[in-house]
Design a protein around this ligand. Structure first.
Ligand code: SF4
Length: 658
């Protein structure tokens, strides 16, 4: 059954009961014989570590003072024989597990404790700081681990603990790389953007949103590195600079057997060598098995959804009253370019929206729509920055607000709905927890109060069985239902301004209509201002009161829906209208705008639309058109007002639907 068939009835059929990700993971693990072997081996090792007396048959330090039972082979009394001092090999191997796990614990605690925070910080900050950190990390990464361990031993004193401190520092470089890579990828995900816009602080985003998604990779890496740590620890002990030469450490046992095994037989090295090989092998097999078990889920769930930046939403209400919610004036945004001069992404952008009004922002991809909204909310992606202009929100100048001050506005006074409803939800958190987060942060609600409010919000956006749905994960929601959750999250703190960035584009036509209707209904009830970003003029016609047309990071035209659709003043607006399927007469191919939006590093001289404009003249390619005021609207075209220059012919079939 399609999503569109499901949603009009609101009685969405619950999906068949499926295994949870955790259940699927364990099923795959136990069905994998190599993983099963690893897990059984680890159970034995862990028991040996925690309670060695349970498995050992002799005191591992007890020597044979009679000198009668030296270098024995396996027997009923000594299952794996004895060493040159008559000590029981089997019992020493059992006690040796404790040394191996202690090595892992020390080195791994240091490696993760240092590597993960640095990787999170480096990946999140990006830019020069990231490059500097990675340069230092790569230098350390290239050094042999044993060399670093030996350096620490020289500085401190020879012992297994000190050796493992050195190994931990060396291994931290692996975790820096891993964590930084995951953070770089995760911070581009829409659910992280949504969390920032919701006003969640950066440390909390790193801890609650990025770290849980790092966990699977971290576990796999830790399993594989643990095998390497045991091997390095044993090597150092074998060389006599790790554990004490009396300890039942596997490396020490190999060291003590080395002079004797040719004369006394293979059983002098078999017990410790076998334990070492089996344990390293088990760690590697376990790492591979976990990666396979997790990977099959990751390849099919929301974690892999590609980020797409967005557009649009709606309301059929018209602006009433003159309560200014947001006003942006002459905003420039620039990005430093790696190859040359600064790239000007936005130039002189101005607009305003009032309570109860819907402003439709339209333009092709790359025209600057989403960047305009991000910059207006103080979220210009680094290393870009707003270099000119001002932003006024609810009567306050917020142009130079600190990030901390913005966090109390975003998510509370401003809500944002994105295009990809599933991608905007953190796949590792239950839906209820995600809706409750802004309520707890901004409204100071207790957990119980936030849950009650979350149920009310899901009811308001018409999600059936809301109490049950709160305890589900995002992958259990259809696209339409996930978008309703996104709307509930955006509306949680009763924002004065809702930015809807292509909220219905990823949905099928029927569900799209429902979402637009729902937004319109909620807007009427709450008298919210809405900024609806879209490339779809049909959505604008249906939902907006006024229109802002953007191209090349500039405002090309503003006007009421009626003016823009029936009396366009700018050739770009006219060209967009001509490409609407509704305006196609049925003969020939659909109209297209020739060419593409240029890159910010290659803005043409003069009018930025000139290379694609069918009305361009010589002066258009040399003179930047100023922004002309026409009554309450603006237009950026040199030929506007020129005698005989008339774009006001409505394209055939154009109809304003609202
Ligand atoms: S200024 Fe010239 S090139 Fe630019 S939109 Fe107007 S007519 Fe076209």
């Amino acid at each position: 059954m399609s999503e569109s068939e499901l949603e009009p009835t609101i009685e969405e059929t619950p999906p068949p009961k499926a295994d949870s990700p955790r259940q699927r993971f364990w099923k795959r693990m136990v069905r994998n014989p190599l993983a099963l072997f690893s897990m059984v081996w680890f159970v034995i090792l862990i028991v040996s570590w925690v309670w060695p007396e349970l498995l050992a048959t002799h005191d591992p330090f007890k020597q044979d003072v009679t000198l009668q039972r030296l270098f024995e082979g396996p027997s009923g009394d000594h299952w794996l024989g004895t060493d040159g001092l008559g000590r029981d090999h089997y019992s020493r191997v059992v006690f040796g597990a404790g040394f191996a796990f202690r090595s892992i614990f020390i080195a791994m605690t240091i490696a993760i404790g240092i590597g993960v925070p640095i990787g999170l910080f480096s990946g999140w900050r990006g830019g020069r700081i990231d490059r500097a950190i990675m340069w230092v990390n790569d230098v350390l990464f290239s050094l042999p681990i044993i060399l670093l361990a030996m350096a620490v031993i020289i500085i401190l004193t020879p012992s297994l603990t000190n050796a493992m401190i050195g190994v931990g520092i060396a291994m931290a470089t692996r975790f820096v790389r891993l964590t930084r890579g995951v953070t770089l990828a995760e911070k581009e995900e829409l659910y992280v953007d949504a969390a920032r816009i919701t006003g969640i602080s950066v440390p909390r985003i790193l801890a609650r949103y990025i770290a849980p998604n790092l966990l699977p990779s971290l576990i796999v890496q830790a399993a594989i590195i643990s095998g390497a740590i045991i091997l390095i620890g044993a090597t150092l002990s074998f060389l006599g600079i790790g554990a004490s030469l009396d300890d039942p450490d596997w490396g020490v046992m190999l060291n003590r057997a080395r002079p004797d095994f040719r004369r006394e037989g293979i059983w002098q090295i078999m017990p410790s060598g076998g334990a070492l090989v089996l344990t390293v092998l088990a760690f590697n097999l376990l790492g591979d098995a976990i990666r396979d078990a997790i990977g099959r889920d990751a390849s099919s769930n929301a974690l892999t959804i590609t980020k797409r930046v967005s557009v649009a939403a709606a309301s059929t209400s018209h602006a009433e009253g003159d309560d200014l919610v947001i006003s942006v004036r002459d905003m420039d945004v620039e990005f430093p370019s790696a190859k040359g001069p600064v790239s000007e992404i936005l130039n002189g952008v101005s607009f305003e929206v009032r309570a109860g009004e819907t402003l439709g922002v339209v333009g092709e991809s790359g025209s600057g729509k989403s960047m305009t909204m991000l910059s207006a909310l103080g979220l210009t992606p680094a290393p870009g920055r707003m270099t000119r202009g001002s932003v006024n929100f609810l009567g306050e100048d917020v142009t130079n607000l600190t990030e901390k001050a913005w966090q109390s506005i975003r998510g509370k006074e401003v809500g944002v709905i994105f295009q990809e409803p599933i991608a905007v939800l953190n796949p590792a958190m239950k839906v209820g927890a995600q809706i409750m987060e802004p309520l707890r942060i901004h409204m100071g609600m207790s957990k119980a109060e936030a849950r009650t409010r979350a149920v009310e919000l899901l009811t308001e956006v018409r999600v059936p069985d809301p109490a049950r749905r709160l305890d589900q994960y995002p992958h259990e929601f259809s696209g339409g239902m996930a978008q309703r959750v996104g709307i509930a999250m955006a509306l949680a703190c009763e924002p004065k301004l809702l930015i809807a960035d292509e909220p219905s584009t990823a949905l099928d036509v029927t569900v799209q209509g429902q979402i637009l209707d729902l937004l319109a209904e909620i807007q009427t009830r709450r008298n919210m201002a809405i900024i609806l970003i879209t490339h779809d003029l049909g959505v604008i016609a249906e939902a907006a009161d006024r229109v802002l047309v953007m191209y090349g990071g500039q405002v090309m035209e503003t006007g009421s829906v009626e003016d823009v659709f029936f009396r366009p003043k700018h050739p770009y607006t006219k060209a967009l209208l001509d490409t609407m399927p509704q305006n196609h007469s049925g003969d020939g191919e659909l109209a297209v705008i020739a060419g593409i939006v240029p890159q910010p590093t290659a803005w043409p001289t003069g009018c930025r639309f000139a290379p694609r404009c069918v009305h361009a003249t010589d002066s258009c390619t040399s003179t930047m058109p100023p922004l002309l005021t026409v009554n309450t609207d603006v237009v950026r075209c040199l030929r506007h007002g020129e005698e005989g220059f008339d774009l006001a012919q409505p394209a055939s079939g154009t109809e304003v639907l609202s």
